[in-house]
Design a binder for this molecule. Structure first.
Ligand code: M6R
Length: 611
């Protein structure tokens, strides 16, 4: 969602902050702003991209201490006034914020009664005025104390960075529900909502936890809990390289990330598979082996693409480990007052590890006593830190807003876990287990083979660039892939697309089919192949335009389809890892043809840290 960067040291703060904001731009990008102290506080902010802001900066924004923000609007439309930083009445204090202040209306009314005037429609402005009010009423109060005492009055979520002209040697940051970290340098310190903004300057980071506040000076940092007690925090080594957060010659991060998948899946499997022995080693689950062995039910909570991989997980766990599974939208989980009991294992899946709804679902499950396990990409993220155990994807930073390599990483991890559980629970034969493990080890190569057919997909994209609607159909493991294909297309090309279980088409969506309707059928060879053929015939009978994702061995489908996207054969359970690739490419090429900004689609943000 919104991105936050701050710097204090000997460099020009605005340069570091702007660079960091550009790296965070994928998180939220309708407006941007910076505040710098050089004698006086100077604020520049505007609607638009960070590059627009950069052009507006001049010598008045010189200085060695500064904070910046890139915004994804929640309260108030994206315009110059609503952009962050927000300031106090005196203009001496500046605040950048990620999150939502839920009781801002009541606080605003209270302050208005005391004579404070507000210039923006944002919830964030209240924070600046609240701290100012605290300082006005308590002359001589330290900035950090004024912040701490003000935050007590706030309900909601925040990652905050605060500067004050009269305290030009410190940045105050605070966290509740929105990610924040300190980049620890030599003679300089950074703060950011995402490690990619600090990776160029330091590989040492301190992650703040909820309820913590930090006072950051050029040479030191002090982290305090909500009772004002100083904490000793672990300094983590950053696992992000600069190369990983740059485009490396690709026009868009999304294309880079699609083509990285042979490597990211191989990285995900590295050290975890022993093909000869047919064993799986998942260190992050070693503490919960008994819980996995004796689990009576699995609940998976996630959002968006991660929810789709959760649906693949449902098929995997039920088929292989013979355990009932429920896949929940994380955003709804809490509101059902979920009934959790002994034997329930809750997996939360999240690329970022910071999605507010997923985090809330995990905390709810934890509170109700369930074992919570994270399937997460971002190392050190909140879900990774708060879960009882889990498995990292090791896919490297995913910067394109549309999730691609995270999906294949998540499915790979789910296959590993399902196999591990099947072995623990004796629900799989040794022969089948070894066959699947071997097939899994060959998947990176098969993804590379699939990517070689990208031209075939591009030609199809060129023909259907201006289709107003798309339908995606699949059965069994291919049904979640159909959902994922449809999501990819709508989020980056703005074409309306729906995914359905192929048989469900007859119960409504079939009414949409005519000779203008592209219907993408995911027809991997498996136990549903014959039934898929019947569904294809039904679409053909209504003159729908069939685009099949299938293997050359699946001759019947190949001949029935008007267009084919080729994938190699593999074991049924592993097909989502291949069939999703042409769908990622199809949406990418269509979006590029339509002139869309693939990496930063309108209205979307990479990490949704508000509920
Ligand atoms: O970081 P998470 O995996 O928790 O994010 C969940 C969704 O917000 C995310 O998958 C979203 O749907 C993507 N834009 C999909 O491409």
């Amino acid at each position: 969602m919104c991105g936050i960067v701050g710097y204090i040291g000997n460099k020009q703060a605005k340069d570091v902050v702007i660079k960091g904001l550009k790296r965070l731009e994928y998180r939220g990008y309708d407006s941007a702003g910076v505040a710098v102290i050089n004698g006086a506080l100077s604020v520049k902010k505007c609607k638009g991209k960070v590059s627009v802001l950069e052009k507006k900066l001049g010598t008045s924004e010189n200085g060695n201490i500064g904070i910046g923000h890139t915004r994804w609007a929640t309260h108030g439309e994206p315009n110059d006034i609503n952009s962050h930083p927000h300031t106090s009445t005196t203009g001496k204090l500046a605040v950048v914020h990620n999150g939502i202040i839920e009781n801002y209306g009541a606080l605003k009314q209270k302050l208005q009664k005391e004579g404070y005037e507000f210039y923006s429609e944002t919830d964030t402005e209240i924070v600046a005025k609240l701290i100012e009010n605290m300082m006005d009423k308590n002359p001589g109060l330290d900035l950090e104390d004024a912040v701490r005492l003000s935050l007590v009055q706030i309900n909601g979520t925040y990652g905050l960075a605060i500067l004050h002209e009269d305290h030009p040697d410190k940045i105050i940051v605070a966290r509740k529900g929105s990610p924040l970290l300190i980049g620890v340098g030599e003679g300089e310190m950074l703060v950011a909502s995402d490690a990619s903004a600090v990776a160029e300057y330091t590989d040492k980071v301190v992650y703040l936890d909820d309820g913590e506040l930090a006072v950051i000076t050029k040479d030191d940092y002090q982290v305090l809990n909500s009772h004002d007690i100083e904490l000793t925090k672990e300094v983590h080594e950053l696992a992000v390289s600069l190369e990983e957060i740059e485009k490396g010659g690709y026009p868009f991060f999304m294309l880079k990330e699609i083509f990285e998948q042979p490597k990211t899946v191989a990285d995900c499997l590295r050290g975890r598979l022993n093909v000869e022995e047919g064993t799986i080693n998942l260190g992050g689950l070693s503490k919960v082996t008994e819980e996995l062995k004796n689990a009576k039910r699995i609940i998976i909570a996630a959002c968006g693409t991660s929810w789709h991989s959760g649906l693949v997980g449902e098929y995997l766990f039920e088929w292989l480990a013979k355990i009932p599974v429920e896949v929940e939208y994380a955003s709804e989980f809490r509101y059902k007052d979920p009934i959790l009991g002994e034997g329930d294992v809750v997996f939360v899946i999240s690329q970022s590890g910071e999605t507010a709804d997923t985090l809330a679902a995990m905390r709810e499950a934890k509170e109700k006593g369930a074992t919570t396990l994270g399937i997460v990409n971002v190392v050190g993220s909140t879900i990774a830190r708060e879960s009882d155990g889990g498995v990292y994807l090791h896919a490297g930073p995913e910067i394109g807003v549309a999730s691609t390599k995270a999906f294949t990483g998540q499915v790979t991890v789910l296959i590993l876990i399902a196999l591990k559980m099947a072995q623990l629970r004796n629900t799989i034969t040794e022969e089948k287990s070894k066959r699947l493990i071997k097939a899994l080890s060959e998947i990176p190569e098969k993804i590379a083979e699939t990517l070689k057919h990208s031209d075939e997909v591009k030609r199809i994209a060129d023909l259907f660039t201006y289709a107003p609607n798309f339908l995606y159909l699949g059965r069994s493991y291919s049904f979640p892939v159909a959902l994922e294909g449809a999501l990819k297309l709508k989020e980056i090309s703005y074409i309306h697309a729906e995914g359905y279980p192929a048989a469900e088409m007859k119960h409504g969506p079939i009414a949409l089919i005519d000779d203008m309707m592209p219907v993408v059928v995911i027809a991997a060879t498996n136990h549903t192949s014959d039934k898929m053929v019947s569904n294809i015939e039904e679409v053909r009978a209504r003159k729908g335009r069939i685009i099949a994702v299938t293997s050359p061995e699946n001759k019947e489908v190949k001949e029935l389809a008007e267009f084919n996207c080729t994938i190699p054969e593999t074991e049924d359970e592993l097909t989502p890892l291949l069939s999703v690739i042409p769908l990622q490419l199809l949406s990418y090429y269509i979006a590029v043809n339509r002139g869309c900004n693939v990496d930063q689609p309108r209205n979307l943000a990479k990490s949704v840290t508000v509920e």
